[in-house]
Design a binder for this molecule. Structure first.
Ligand code: 6PG
Length: 238
């Protein structure tokens, strides 16, 4: 699954950079993509992707300093960015040292400036890598969250638990415009939720990942353990 995803990213980056001169790549936090970032950081992929033309964005991050071990920016920096010739000015991290609300507004302004879009218009990312929580959240779009109903802001602050911890997440108007979206799901603990999200009854408030219906391609990359409860014949094996 990890190698197939790395091959997918490598092919997409090569095609998009050839067509448009840059590749806008939205990264996910969590444990699932770590081996993917590690593979992309190896000699093999370091030389196959023109990293100097890749722009890195985050689907969400925790409102902690970038050096904090909970930071998705730190996760990606250590696993990938430190090992490939990415250009610092192409690393568009969320300014999580700001207040949650200001961080969300700041990221929206950064996206509007980078993509040259006006207010109310969502940018189009080339590639969006998403994870899936066991409660069917993706990015930081959690069940029954007010963030699920946002139809104009590009990013928003969400309070995620009773410990008053905050995150900033891209919103669905942005997520659903990506040219390519890949869900990366691994582990037997995800086997129920991935089946429920894809083949279960539609219940998007409870299952936010069901709201990811991008205008571009949507691919689910699921390892054998997580795919163990999917209906027979409902997927192809790479
Ligand atoms: C994060 C991610 C989050 C993650 C899921 C799955 O910031 O943690 O954006 O949406 O993708 O929680 O996490 P695992 O890959 O660790 O299961």
């Amino acid at each position: 699954m990890i190698r197939a995803t790395a091959e997918h990213i490598s092919r997409s980056a090569a095609n998009v950079i050839r067509e448009r001169g840059r590749f806008t790549f939205v990264l996910s936090g969590g444990s699932t993509p770590k081996p993917l970032y590690a593979l992309l950081a190896t000699e093999e992929y370091r030389n196959r992707i023109d990293w100097s033309r890749v722009h890195f964005f985050w689907g969400d991050d925790r409102c902690v300093p970038p050096s904090d071990e909970a930071s998705n920016y730190r996760l990606v920096s250590e696993a990938l960015l430190a090992h490939v010739p990415a250009r610092p000015e192409h690393i568009h991290r969320m300014q999580t040292e700001l207040s949650p609300e200001e961080c969300a507004r700041d990221y929206e302004r950064r996206l509007q400036g980078f993509f040259q879009v006006g207010s109310g218009e969502a940018p189009v990312f080339d590639f969006d890598l998403l994870g899936l929580g066991t409660n069917a959240h993706t990015a930081s779009l959690f069940p029954f969250s007010p963030a699920l109903k946002i139809d104009s802001a590009l990013a928003t602050a969400v309070e995620v638990d009773d410990k008053h911890r905050w995150r900033v997440t891209l919103t669905l108007p942005v997520i659903n415009r990506a040219r390519e979206t890949v869900f990366l799901v691994a582990g037997s603990e995800k086997s129920d939720v991935v089946n429920e999200v894809i083949f279960g009854e539609r219940n998007p408030e409870k299952l936010p990942a069901q709201l990811v219906q991008p205008s571009g391609n949507l691919i689910w990359r699921i390892d054998h353990a997580a795919a163990s409860k999917l209906p027979q014949g409902s997927f192809t094996t790479e």
